[in-house]
Design a protein around this ligand. Structure first.
Ligand code: URA
Length: 186
């Protein structure tokens, strides 16, 4: 089975979809490669594309704060990646064919890391990993099986920043507490 480094090396050369043309760098993922907890976001934004690291902008700061407050964990104790590894231009949504081309990297990351709990952030990660067309509002609030892992869907932090406000944040907090309880069972 390929290691995380093997998968990263392959992703860094990837030209499977047109997002490769516009990227500054591939944003593969970051964190503890043996983590029990993995977060999956949507795709890199401008700051992530420049820095080569997921969730370094405003969404990331909010996520870090909520994870620390509700789970007592900081970045070095989990792994974080995205559905697509290259920035969609102008921060548009990733297209279905881009997601399909990038999907093997995410699946290989999960296989290599073997997290016990996966938290999907928002619609794209949740729909992809749970193979559903149901939106995050319907899917969150419960846990699902994903292979040997437990999957906990929650809102993308940008939903809280884009006017979802307190209600979204309080639901995210509840979901993170749920993820913590699932981790404790492992
Ligand atoms: N939003 C995401 O989904 N991923 C990032 O890495 C940054 C913002």
């Amino acid at each position: 089975m390929p290691t995380l480094l093997d998968i990263e090396a392959e992703a860094r050369e990837c030209v499977r979809c047109p997002l490769a043309e516009g990227r500054t760098q591939v944003v593969f993922g970051v964190g503890n490669p043996n983590a029990d907890l993995m977060f999956v976001g949507e795709g890199p934004g401008r700051e992530e594309d420049l820095k080569g690291e997921p969730f370094v902008g405003r969404s990331g700061k909010l996520l870090d704060q909520l994870v620390l407050e509700e789970m007592g964990l900081s970045r070095d104790s989990f792994y974080i990646g995205n559905v697509v590894k290259c920035r969609p231009p102008g921060n548009r949504d990733p297209k279905p064919e881009e997601i399909e081309q990038c999907r093997p990297y995410l699946e290989a990351q999960v296989e290599a890391i073997k997290p016990k709990v996966i938290v999907t952030l928002g619609n794209f990660a949740t729909k992809l990993l749970l193979n559903t067309t149901q939106g995050i509002t319907k899917m969150r609030g419960q846990t699902y099986d994903y292979g040997d892992a437990t999957l906990v869907p929650t809102f993308h932090p940008s939903a809280a920043l884009q006017g979802g406000g307190g209600d979204v944040i309080s639901k995210m907090r509840a979901d993170l507490v749920r993820a913590k309880q699932e981790l404790a069972k492992c």
